[in-house]
Design a protein around this ligand. Structure first.
Ligand code: SAH
Length: 366
């Protein structure tokens, strides 16, 4: 029998993945390549295969000597993400993939194709330690942080599928990345920033996507929001508020007992001020819990006049949850109150809900 103290530790099987080329910055790649006894310029050649051609099949790299390939594969391209299964809906334009990691942890990503964009929703942790009671991922607790390569690998896999014409709607490119899969991205800051650099840095350092198209969604880890503002990247920040008052938010987003609504919103305004980016406030509408007109008014009062936009998410009920989405009339009323206060509001579509791939439904049950 383990003692109660032991129970809080992760099982020894759950561990850090091996270092991968995708974890590395440009100077680190050169160092890793020369450490294998190869010329430094090979790092640049390999980067171009990966980030310009989305080609991670080493056998295809005709400019890399055959004699070096096996070593590059085993030392720098270990296998990190194994697709367990993919489930589709919306005529194949929404695809949820379940990935098994090297230590058999499971994570999910969701690709969503819209007429004018393709969004990939990615995971930053296996499980999550934030314990929000309405979120499926929160129920199982945190298994471990993902590495930068495990996070970026989800983006690369989606980009490769699109380029190979494997997604309904023809060949395409990823335009938006949202850190709204499993995990709290700002609780895994370093790896998340590594993955973001691979996404936005110009080729051959990264994919060269627009930072504006990358959304980091957080429960509100205030020191990390402040840090994110200093990165010099116009990333979109989304704050999962879900309640305008501390009493309710303490129960819906338990980390609120550490950083209050006031502190989280102040950090969000500071982020908007420094980056000039409009902050998104995420608010899952839960029937009779946080959808009353008084709460809409209080929310409006607290965010009015700021560079902000409210994204209302009809609650996606999770298995066994006592909560459900708001009544349509309450949702409409909530929207109206915010709009009358001059606040921009959208109601998020619930893409993927029938394949348990919508926000908060990712639980990676195999
Ligand atoms: N940990 C981060 C990102 C993960 S989830 C965060 O909390 O922001 C992305 C968004 O989905 C968050 O706003 C989260 O609160 C919301 N969400 C979680 N469970 C949900 C559910 N069951 N229905 C609707 N939205 C949910």
């Amino acid at each position: 029998m383990p003692s109660p103290g032991e129970l809080i530790f992760e099982s020894p099987k759950k561990g850090k993945p091996p270092v991968h080329f995708l974890d590395l910055s440009v100077p680190e790649r050169k160092e890793a390549i020369t450490a294998l006894g190869l010329s430094g310029f090979r790092a640049d050649q390999i980067s171009r295969h990966v980030f310009e051609n989305l080609d991670t099949n080493i056998a295809d790299w005709t400019d890399i000597p055959e004699s070096a390939k096996q070593q590059v594969q085993s030392e720098l391209f270990p296998h990190l993400l194994d697709p367990v299964r993919s489930i589709e809906c919306d005529n194949g334009e929404t695809v949820k993939t379940l990935w098994r990691l090297h230590d058999s942890s499971l994570v999910e990503s969701v690709l969503m194709r819209y007429p004018s964009r393709v969004t990939i929703c990615i995971s930053s942790q296996a499980g999550c330690g934030m314990n929000c009671p309405f979120c499926a991922t929160g129920q199982a607790g945190l298994t471990r942080n993902l590495s930068a390569a495990e996070i970026f690998g989800q983006v690369l896999a989606g980009a490769q599928s699109l380029a190979r014409n494997e997604i309904a709607g023809g060949p395409g490119r990823v335009s938006n990345i949202v850190f709204m899969g499993m995990g709290e991205p700002l609780a895994n800051y370093k790896a998340v920033m590594g993955a973001i650099h691979r996404i936005v840095d110009p080729s051959p350092s990264g994919l060269g996507m627009s930072a504006r198209g990358v959304t980091v969604s957080t429960v509100g880890l205030v020191p990390r929001i402040k840090q994110l503002a200093t990165e010099g990247l116009p990333l979109t920040l989304a704050v999962s508020l879900h309640a305008p008052d501390n009493e309710l938010r303490d129960t819906l987003v338990p980390i609120n007992t550490r950083w209050s609504v006031e502190e989280v919103l102040d950090a969000a305004w500071e982020y908007a001020d420094v980056t000039k980016r409009r902050v998104s406030i995420e608010y899952a509408l839960i029937k009779d819990i946080n959808d009353q007109p008084e709460r809409a008014k209080l929310l409006a009062q607290r965010i009015k006049g700021q560079l902000v936009h409210v994204n209302l998410i009809p609650l996606n009920p999770t298995p066994g949850s006592k909560w459900t989405a708001s009544r349509p009339e309450d949702e409409r009323n909530f929207v109206r109150i915010l709009e009358r206060a001059g606040i921009q509001v959208t109601v998020r579509d619930t893409r993927g809900s029938e394949i348990d791939g919508a926000c908060g439904q990712l639980a990676a049950l195999d």
